[in-house]
Design a protein around this ligand. Structure first.
Ligand code: ADP
Length: 358
């Protein structure tokens, strides 16, 4: 049992609040991701879990046990740093064995654990090869095997695949997710890549300046961001956030260029958020009379065809909006289109940027 609990944990460096009154529970066997911009406190959280730093206030529990007097070694948590590089002069097998040999684990045990992790990662057939003879993906799997071969209470990974090229990163994150599920171990994962966080995590904690802004399953955070800060962090293209005013029968944004006929819109909303995929775009018909329900006019500013989908940047009043359309629609720059959004898909935010319930 290795759930990891922070209760009101604060860590300062001089005047910097690296972690500010953080409370969260990472469940046993959970794939838990910390996500936030640089310097938001992600690495400090990991160092606190490992025991390389001591909290200034609050309490950390691992497996139900307060760890303030427990040394890093006794915590038995494996840290996987950014660099997953292999030792080039050793075979894949010796690379995987290395952490156990270093810890003087007895030979029979080493063999059993290497065989076990090799089977889980499907690398048994390549263990005799040196890294130079492995493909990029195989090298990654061997490196992960080396990280996983110990039997720790939990794994921590600090941006472990950020140095890989985009394709290998996509492959490796799929591997990681599957491996974590099969190993059934608690994994705390730090990344600055929102797509990676969304794709691998059971739950994500969003950090800003050492504060936890929201914790939830990826889909939950995406669908119900607690603030404009969180809303902007997850999603590509980013959520469109527009100043808004309450008008007759709904809200207006972009100097009236956008109207949302939502009688249930909260009275104290000052901004609305529209996900790019929620904006409906259709050609503007000749002689059409503008009507909020059927769509308001906007001009196509730019079109980015990305294969499976197309990003269209729209000029509506003074505002620029980005819409995400399926496939490759026949839309050209400078064309007039009608844009609309289902009221149920609109996010409302108040004065301080917090999400408002409708
Ligand atoms: P992240 O991992 O999200 O980039 P960090 O946890 O490294 O963020 O840093 C959080 C804050 O704490 C930053 O303002 C950083 O400058 C500060 N910080 C981190 N480590 C130290 C340290 N050893 N000494 C002084 N300040 C630090």
């Amino acid at each position: 049992m290795a759930d990891i609990v922070f209760r009101n944990v604060t860590k300062r460096y001089g005047n910097t609040l690296a972690v500010d009154d953080a409370s969260f529970t990472v469940d046993d066997n959970e794939f838990f991701c910390f996500f936030g911009p640089p310097l938001s406190g992600k690495s400090t959280v990991l160092r606190l879990v490992l025991g390389l730093e001591t909290p200034d206030a609050g309490e950390i529990l691992i497996g139900g046990r307060p760890v303030s007097t427990v040394s890093p070694a006794e915590r038995n948590i494996a840290m996987v740093f950014q660099n997953l590089a292999l030792f080039p002069h050793m075979s894949a097998r010796d690379n995987v064995r290395f952490p156990l040999v270093e810890r003087r684990v007895d030979e029979a045990d080493i063999e059993r654990r290497v065989a076990d992790v090799a089977a889980k990662l499907h690398i048994g057939h390549i263990l005799h090869k040196p890294p130079a003879q492995l493909s990029g993906g195989e090298r990654q799997r061997v490196a992960i095997a080396r990280a996983l071969v110990r039997d720790p209470n939990a794994y921590l990974m600090d941006d472990p695949i950020s140095a890989l090229d985009a394709r290998l990163r996509e492959e490796t994150r799929v591997e990681l997710k599957r491996i974590q599920r099969e190993l059934g171990k608690t994994l705390i994962y730090v990344t600055h890549d929102q797509e990676e966080a969304m794709s691998v995590a059971d739950r994500i904690a969003i950090l800003e300046d050492g504060k936890i802004r929201q914790i939830g399953a990826p889909a939950e955070i995406y669908d119900r961001p607690a603030s404009t800060y969180v809303a902007r962090l997850l999603g590509s293209p980013m959520m469109n956030i527009l100043k808004s005013v309450r008008g007759e029968g709904g809200v207006e944004a972009a100097e009236g260029a956008i109207r949302i006929a939502d009688k249930a819109a909260p009275a104290d909303a000052v901004e609305i958020g529209l996900r790019p995929e929620d904006i409906k775009v259709r050609p503007w018909l000749d002689g059409e009379i503008s009507d909020g329900r059927a769509g308001r006019p906007a001009r196509v500013f730019e079109v980015e065809p990305l294969g499976g989908y197309t990003v269209v940047t729209l000029a509506a009043g003074q505002a620029r909006l980005r819409a995400l359309l399926r496939g490759q629609p026949d839309i050209r720059p400078d064309a007039m289109v009608a844009i609309s959004c289902e009221p149920a898909r609109v996010h409302y935010f108040g004065q301080s940027g917090g999400a408002l319930a409708r």
